[in-house]
Ligand binder design. Sequence first.
Ligand code: PLP
Length: 402
Amino acid sequence: MKRIYLDNNATTQVRPEVLDAMLPFFREQFGNPSSVHWAGRAVAGAVEKGREQVAKLLNCSPAEVVFVSCGSEGDNFAIKGTVEALRDKGNHIITTKVEHPAVLNTCQALEKQGCRITYLGVDADGMIDLKELEAAITDQTILISVMWGNNETGTLFPIEEIGAIARKYKVRFHTDAVQAVGKVPVDVQKANVDLLVLSGHKIGAPKGVGAIYIRRGTKMTPLLHGGHQERNRRAGTHNVAGIVGLGVACDLAGAQLEECAAKMKRLRDKLEQGIREQVPEIKVNGHPTLRLPNTLNVSFAYIEGESLLLNLDMKGIAASSGSACTSGSLEPSHVMGAMCVDVLLAHSSTRFSLGPETTEEDIDFVLQELPAIIERLRQMSPLYNRQGKPLTCDECRVIRSV
Ligand SMILES: Cc1ncc(COP(=O)(O)O)c(C=O)c1O
């Protein structure tokens, strides 16, 4: 059976160059980078090389890069590390309703500890209003945490403008750039960010490694206490192989960004256009233009997203309904909720996320199989009436309220 992977926002394949670079660090280069002897010294150099590669991609100094275990740890560190460090200054954080749970659940946990959180809403395209953001800032605001690109819809937030607002009011700015890095240019100087988080497994490096950019002079309380690794900012023996892999993945992302983004966008647009032409009553979720080049989120009226995923899977096509962290829950996605997508459409929202390996044939195959699957599922749907005539939105609402 064909295997077509269109779930790159959940995770990506480890790139062959990344794996090749990592392998020696599972074999002969086994030392602990904190050891002073030959075995440690050889490995410490590799960790520093990885740091330089991450720094080059983000346009910062290597000393501003701290390695962590994943994007979730980076987001926790950015937010909790700021709250602890700036306790004397205030306790107010501004974020959005559409952040990844790594940010939202961290904020909710902090709310229980007395922090005040403003969750900015979004419009129907998933976009925030900068005037609302600016109006939310008070003399107690210690952090603005706004993601760069949304993992479910791909909507890109105006990070540079938010950075300028944060600068104007002297408020620290954190961005979760887990989905943006490797897909759009990410430059921490241009963006005026103080804290930025990325994750290895979203950019062709393995799971278990990530990094946080911490602008020089930004006071942070560590999340993990222990040894003196990472200049006392993150205790724990380094994941050397992971860091080496992350460094190579960042090099590749930087060198291939334009070409790769253009290819993914062309194929994503072909998929979107093909679906629009062949499948009636769909809704594309997310901003029409300000969107990650690899992401397409579509709602198919009258069907359940989960049944669509299973049917696609039977044809070897991997896609996703919402983020991997929330699938398995019957609640419609919080992102769709914030965008006020009708609850039935929200239940059918399906995310196709392309990667550097996605081919024209992959997209052709999806366009060949998907319309028939949708038609079959619609024929079985109680929301689709007997004559094959779809119910109106009002009729759907009546069914829902019964
Ligand atoms: C926007 C965003 N932030 C954070 C994370 C968490 O990253 P990790 O899986 O490395 O913990 C994800 C993962 O899907 C994500 O998409």
